[in-house]
Design a protein around this ligand. Structure first.
Ligand code: MN
Length: 330
């Protein structure tokens, strides 16, 4: 990142630095915080900026090599008031994995697949320290509305937020008991948390289309929804279809019909006038207009733990996303 006098001056003003999925990349995080002008404060011991606050989009843990160090840095900042954070699906899953189910087992089953995905965390964050951080994860807000900007891990969707507020009384869990409903397929709270933390999906088979097979050969009936596209109202524009997707016969998957879907499914498209920042989607390369960012949405997850970049967006009051406010892009 160029450290010109101009760019330093521009970010002396108040604002928020929205930081993407860290996934245990402590070295990348300390380098990024330093380049953004956050310094370890002698009394709090936390990274602080004289005029700005950091906002983390969640997914501090899993996969990466230094998860405990990341947790200490970020929780230290949150406790010192120099950062805020929303819950990612990996924090949600960590709590569910650790919470016994009333039916026996755990709220997130200890299957081979789930355990393998979570093993690095279990190895690196152990004992009382793990319990302490899981308690912290439990009560992280699922979204933040900071006035001029909004932050959520995967998708800003007001109908889902209303469900969460109705069931939990606010934008966060207050106890692990509430994770029982949040992990019960079919429960409105489960569906709402799925949308906010993992992003909405659309059922292609339910719309009369054939399933697709992804690049790993997994057959799927549901596609991700391009909720960041405010124009998307049809199956073709809403469903995110990879160019490598195949039919069951191994043919390239055909173009979906350009037919309007029902209102509930159209409701995912973000049409608010306040910028939304999100992570989750493992984007690659430099931020591309139209997908990674639009006028009012900006993804900050550029796959730091998969040899991408730990990206931040420096928001300073603008109503429209500016490409040049992304920093540390690959
Ligand atoms: Mn992530």
């Amino acid at each position: 990142m160029p450290a010109s006098a101009e760019s330093t001056a521009r970010f002396d003003e108040k604002g928020y630095d929205v930081i993407g999925d860290v996934h245990g990349c402590a070295t990348e995080l300390t380098v990024l915080l330093d380049s953004l002008g956050y310094r370890v404060h002698p009394s709090s011991g936390a990274h602080e900026h004289p005029t700005r606050q950091a906002v983390f989009v969640g997914d501090l843990v899993d996969r990466g090599p230094a998860q405990l160090q990341v947790l200490r840095i970020v929780k230290g900042m949150v406790d010192a008031g120099s950062a805020q954070i929303v819950m990612g699906n990996h924090e949600f899953n960590a709590v569910a994995y650790d919470t016994p189910s009333p039916d026996g087992g755990f709220l997130r089953a200890h299957t081979k697949k789930n355990s393998r995905q979570h093993q690095a965390f279990l190895d690196q964050v152990d004992g009382d320290i793990r319990a302490e951080f899981l308690d912290w994860f439990t009560t992280l807000p699922l979204w933040l509305d900071l006035g001029g900007l909004r932050v959520v891990h995967a998708c800003w969707h007001e109908p889902s937020m209303r469900v969460v507020e109705e069931v939990l009384g606010s934008n966060r869990f207050t106890s692990r008991d509430q994770f029982v409903r949040a992990t019960a397929k079919g429960d409105p709270l489960y569906e709402a948390v799925e949308v906010l933390l993992k992003g909405p999906e659309i059922d292609l088979v339910g719309h009369g289309q054939q399933p697709y097979f992804d690049k790993d050969g997994h057959g799927r009936s549901r596609a991700r929804v391009a909720w960041w596209d405010d124009d998307a109202t049809t199956l073709r524009t809403l469903a995110v279809m990879g160019t490598t997707f195949k039919t069951v016969d191994g043919e390239p998957y055909p173009l979906l019909p350009d037919a309007e879907v029902e209102a509930g499914e159209q409701s995912y498209s973000y049409r608010g006038d306040v910028p939304v920042f999100y992570g989750h989607y493992w984007r690659e390369g430099r931020p591309q207009r139209g997908v990674d960012f639009t006028e009012r949405t900006a993804c900050v997850d550029f796959s730091a733990v998969k040899s991408g970049a730990l990206v931040a967006y420096r928001w300073s009051g603008e109503r429209e996303i500016r490409e040049d406010h992304y920093v540390n892009v690959g």
